[in-house]
Design a protein around this ligand. Sequence first.
Ligand code: ADA
Length: 544
Amino acid sequence: MRQKIVLNGIWDFAYSPEEKFSPLHSCTQAQPVPGCFDLTEPLCGKRGYAIYSRKVTAGGKNLLEIDGAGIRGEVYWDGQKLGDLPYAYMAEQFIFDAGEMGEHHLSILLVNRHNEQFYPTFDFFGYGGIYGDVTLTALPEIHMEKLRITTENYQNGELRIRAELSSAVEQKAVLQFENGYTVNAMFQNGKLDCRITLPDFKLWSVETPYLHTVTITAGDDKITESFGIREFRTEGRKLLLNGKEIKLYGVNRHESFPTVGAAVSPQQMAMDLYMLKKAGFNFIRGSHYPQRKTFLELCDKVGMLIWEESIGWNIKAPTLADPAFVKTQLEQVEHMTWNSFNHPCVVIRGFLNETDSQFPETRPVIKALYDKIRSIDPYTPISFASNKYEKDCCTDLVDIVSMNPYPGWYDADAERISTVDQVVPTLDKLMKAMPTDRPVLISEIGAEALLGFRDPLKSYWTEEYQAELLKEIFRYVADNPDYCGVAVWQFADTRSYVNTQEIFGRARGFNNKGMLDEYRRPKLAWNTIEHFLKNTQKTKGDLK
Ligand code: ADA
């Protein structure tokens, strides 16, 4: 079995406002990994260059994994470049020869300045740091990779198992499942592709998230992978999980917490997840970037449905006309799909949030991104969240049509203190413009509210207004068979910038549309929607 060492801890560190470091720079400061250096004094809010480095005892062929960093970076071993960290939040893997067994020097050079992959206008703060675990695994000379386990038939436990060897050789393989079932198979020309029907299997679902494990031994390599047997597909306007209709009641969740930025601890991830489960939510859109391996493992175990997307917030048509930029988007969706392939919680794969999908010239880009994901993952429904509504000309290119309408917020009117009465007409009008042959999801909707701001007028920014608006929205979605679900924008307040939105700016420099504040302190809306989810059959019928 492979030996994985976790390299988290206190690393040597240095920061410079102007200069990129040499990978062997001798650092005089220290920072924790995972961690965001631009949230620690005297570097709070500073943008520039950083180096994290440490000694590691290793030798031979190794796999280095970094579960997300930002905003971009490069990785070095003994001063030699292993590769890049081009996309914030994306888990990256590096297979390399560590040299003679002994002490070596690992360094990660980061830049937290914005770039063409992460604009300063994104409505979420771009943190500099190492967001997730850093691990090192010694590999045998010939090792397995690209393991894909797909449910071919959730009713009889038929699976398809594919994997590749690092060299195109013939190799016997033994597949042992946790329930004792064992299968002999073969890598031919370095590729394994077998179908098995697992006896005594159990299904994965939100209520009963049963995980199977398979240990594959091939030559000197041995890997163990958890997986779920489930089918998530569309049927007309409906979503089916294991053949039963399921309506999504969820939230958009940023991977962020005010004191640690994007380096959210597993403890905080668990707290968020258990809060959502207890309140009765079944869905999280991982807005707006690939999700951490740790978070997906938790969602697999706890039972939560996840939408994962590559980072590309509000990208305009001229940028999409640049083949080099489109190539980076294709790289992202490809890497993201491989990274999270075997997590049963990931039920929707997405990209390009609120892009210029009202223009026909955007169609080839969306089709290319769709085809790239589908070339790896044959089944998972694909979508992108649009704010072009009736003008969107790309809805036929995806499996689920997703829209981000904001009735009750961005239709604010100086003459009035509320536009909650716009929810029904807006969502009715939107639905009339949607294709009738596929599910339609409200991927974002909500309003800002400042924790503690209560007011007799119950107008915009009050907790009362946000609660009333969301109650109206959830009631509408529950009573309307045409919508397959709703994801509130957003779970918790998140750090943004002071003025990304001309209309409202961002009070406190935060996006305040959370049902919780950034420290997960509930606003009235949280209790209101928890009450809805627990006390209404989520079908026809009033809030009790
Ligand atoms: C968009 C965007 C979100 C957030 C939201 C808002 O829908 O996708 O990231 O910025 O608007 O709060 O306005």
